[in-house]
Design a protein around this ligand. Structure first.
Ligand SMILES: Cc1cc2nc3c(=O)[nH]c(=O)nc-3n(C[C@H](O)[C@H](O)[C@H](O)COP(=O)(O)OP(=O)(O)OC[C@H]3O[C@@H](n4cnc5c(N)ncnc54)[C@H](O)[C@@H]3O)c2cc1C
Length: 422
């Protein structure tokens, strides 16, 4: 297994449970588990989707995480704070069909009344203010709260899988990344120049940056997230996903106004501000355990497709990109600057769903393309990747939900349209 992010860890866990006789080695270039994008995550979750695949992946993963907390008494820091969508009229019109379909499918949501929005001092009439008209910002037309949604602690999730894997005897190698995949003929003839194109070529292992070759008896699994194509492309394989930088800025809830905003009664049992998405895509993720808010914005056009070894947050992105929107709708943030920030990547596939497949019957299983929702779908992605690695046609997700493994592959991919995109 290459990669000890949520995908690699969840996959190794379900492989270790299912394929008892197998021996598993997880290799990661970072110093420990979750050192890539998993630990950079906002780790918000929701089951509020309209596509069958999205619902299956997120619902079963979240139910599994809930069972970890309830049955195994392992704290994942889950808090059902809900998702609050503050919609301008244009966005409302474009998402209305999705809201209607979701309601019919049993997604629990409620329209938030103005008293509650007044309580958090959300500015709704902004389009005629000086800043608002300059930015072309929309007034808030309607607000919805999605109830089956919240946040968890990605580091605790990593700890959960990592502890389980160690208990199951899975080995780890940290600190040396792979340099290359090792390709050989399935049955080498011992002739110089092998493997020849007419031979049955397989991925037999990996070459580490320290010069050591690690050979796999069964399969090699590439769960390298945003870094996948750096190594896959060299051997003619694609993850069909592309990396983009994503940043988070953490703001302390200092002073009464910000504290009142963070710890507000009326939205959820946690008495915490919901995960809130404002017009123009700026989001606020409450982090009540540390008394902070995390804020971010997923920019698309003008954000290069590239992977960085150590992506850095950009101060100006907060000052000129996020803060103007944030402080337009919530005056409490005016002149407030982050006390810490970090950056990672989304590993974005062509249709927003993970790509999990074994190219060219090569013994290499690729699991990538989590597209910004790898935490909320992590356990299911792990089960599906493990099933493909065991050549199974059906993966059994949490609660016994059956998932055809080819649905996230390339040849017979089955992706239905998602109407609730935010
Ligand atoms: C700012 C931000 C906010 C996010 N918010 C959310 C959210 O709210 N909800 C949600 O569900 N998801 C969210 N995500 C997405 C989520 O974090 C990812 O989908 C998920 O962590 C991807 O997991 P992964 O295992 O595929 O990748 P990673 O965690 O990046 O794991 C890949 C691993 O491969 C290793 N690796 C790379 N190259 C090599 C090599 N050469 N040799 C060995 N190892 C190597 C890396 O060190 C890394 O540990 C967010 C992501 C970011 C960056």
């Amino acid at each position: 297994m290459v990669g000890a992010g949520i995908v690699g860890l969840a996959t190794a866990y379900h492989l270790a449970l299912e394929d008892r006789g197998s021996s598993i080695l997880v290799v990661d270039k970072a110093d420990g588990p979750g050192g890539g994008d998993t630990s950079k995550s906002a780790a918000a979750f929701r089951t509020a989707f309209t596509s069958k695949v999205n619902i299956m992946l997120s619902k079963t993963s979240i139910s599994f995480y809930e069972s970890v907390e309830k049955k195994e008494r392992f704290d994942l820091g889950m808090k059902k704070v809900g998702y609050l969508l503050a919609l301008g009229r244009k966005w409302y019109n474009s998402i209305l069909d999705g809201i209607r379909v979701a309601e019919k499918m049993g997604v629990r949501l409620t329209e938030v009344d103005s008293d509650l929005l007044d309580k958090i001092h959300m500015e709704r009439d902004v389009s005629n203010t000086e800043e608002g008209s300059l930015m072309g910002a929309e007034d808030i037309y309607k607000s919805y709260l999605f109830l089956d949604a919240g946040i968890l602690d990605p580091e605790k999730l990593v700890d959960y899988y990592y502890n389980k894997l160690r208990g199951l005897g899975v080995s780890f190698s940290f600190g040396d990344g792979i340099k290359d995949f090792v390709l050989e003929a399935k049955e080498p003839l011992g002739i110089e120049g092998e493997p020849f194109p007419w031979e049955d070529i397989k991925v037999k292992g990996v070459l580490l940056s320290n010069g050591q070759t690690v050979r796999a008896r069964k399969k090699v699994i590439a769960a390298m997230g945003a870094w996948s194509n750096l190594y896959l492309n060299k051997i003619g394989v694609d993850s069909y996903s592309r990396p983009k930088k994503r940043q988070i800025f953490s703001i302390k809830a200092d002073g009464k106004d910000l504290k009142d905003l963070l710890f507000v009664n009326g939205f959820n049992e946690e008495k915490v501000m919901p995960f809130t998405i404002l017009p123009k895509g700026v989001y606020i993720r409450p982090n009540p355990s540390e008394g902070t808010f995390w804020t971010g914005l997923s920019d698309e056009l003008n954000r290069p497709i590239e992977v960085e070894e150590e992506p850095l947050p950009e101060e100006n992105y907060y000052i000129y990109g996020i803060l103007p929107v944030l402080s337009l709708y919530f005056k409490q943030y005016k002149g407030v600057y982050p006390y810490s920030s970090w950056a990672g990547h989304y590993d974005i596939s062509f249709d927003g769903q993970p790509v999990i497949y074994e190219p060219f019957s090569s013994n290499l299983v690729v699991s990538a393309g989590t597209s910004g929702s790898g935490i909320m779908k992590g356990d299911a992605i792990g089960r599906i990747t493990a099933a493909i690695s065991m050549d199974k046609e059906v993966a059994v997700l949490y609660d016994g939900v059956e998932f055809k493994t080819h649905w996230l592959g390339l040849d017979k991919r089955v992706i239905d349209k998602e109407l609730l995109i935010f």
